[in-house]
Ligand binder design. Structure first.
Ligand SMILES: Nc1ncnc2c1ncn2[C@@H]1O[C@H](COP(=O)(O)OP(=O)(O)OP(=O)(O)O)[C@@H](O)[C@H]1O
Ligand SMILES: [Mg+2]
Length: 246
């Protein structure tokens, strides 16, 4: 579904991603690990098309179509969506309003899924508040998820959906991500795919990932089994990925 070839990205003339290769197939869930400042969020920004993240070379293909030069709204309309690590607060726009707009855009009149999700994520009290304004860290993460459900994109990117989320809420977050990704049906029948950034891998206790990548200094160093990679990072640190020959 997503294929990234030799992607080099700069911000303000500083290279932050260098020759990145990555692919995610339909039905797959792929994890992305890496230390602070390694370029994980920047990669997601480049995929969604945030203008400041200038593609210097390389291509991003979505379902075979080159989207490298498309605007952020064109990419969203094609079916790419993202739950942000630190989304901005939007003063004057209620969470409910965004959800209604997203559903209307898709021509969906039945809001049962959204209501169930709101209930599951305990967001009822936030529906009529300005998006993210004064939300706690965990509330922001849960609000991002319900917005993604309202958009229902085919390729979903989750930037640290587990960071700052309490032990009980993370189970609900996991259930909603599994629902978004159609995990209840066989992989080959699924229409969705995902890229999930996580530091400690807590979300992967609840959402099964098929593969994982490790990013260091803006470059992909490794791809493999998520559990094995996490064990190796715990044992040898991220720098072990540079010398590891696996
Ligand atoms: N808009 C920007 N302006 C200047 N530098 C930026 C910008 N965006 C990213 N960078 C730099 O690029 C590097 C990668 O940042 P990025 O946010 O992608 O890291 P990350 O891997 O997501 O880290 P974390 O795990 O802490 O979230 C950092 O050194 C960061 O300071
Ligand atoms: Mg980040």
């Amino acid at each position: 579904m997503i294929e990234i070839r030799n992607l080099t990205v700069s911000v303000d003339n500083r290279t932050i991603l260098n020759d990145v290769e990555l692919h995610v197939s339909r039905g797959e869930t792929v994890a992305l690990f890496g230390p602070n400042g390694s370029g994980k969020t920047s990669l997601l920004y480049a995929i969604i098309g945030i203008p400041k993240y200038t593609v210097e070379s390389g291509t991003i293909l979505f379902n075979g179509q080159d989207i490298t030069k498309l605007s952020i709204d064109e990419r969203a309309r094609l079916g790419i969506g993202m739950a942000f690590q630190r989304p901005p607060a939007v003063r004057g726009v209620k969470l409910n309003h965004i959800l209604e707009l997203c559903l209307a855009q898709r021509g969906v009149t039945d809001s049962a899924d959204i209501n169930n999700c709101i209930h599951e994520l305990q967001l009822s009290d936030l529906r009529n508040r300005d998006v993210n304004l004064g939300f706690s860290g965990g509330e922001v993460k849960r609000s991002e998820l319900v917005q993604l459900l309202a958009q229902n994109p085919d390729f979903m990117m989750f930037d640290e959906p587990d960071s700052g989320v309490d032990l009980v809420s993370i189970q609900a977050v996991g259930r909603i991500i599994n629902q978004l990704l159609e995990k209840e049906i066989m992989a080959r029948r699924r229409t969705k795919a995902a890229l999930i950034i996580s530091h400690a891998g807590h979300i992967l206790d609840h959402v099964n990932a098929d593969r994982a990548y490790v990013m260091l200094h803006g470059t992909m160093y490794c791809a493999g089994n998520p559990g094995d990679i996490l064990d190796d990072i715990r044992e040898k640190g991220y720098e072990g990925c540079i010398t590891c020959k696996k």
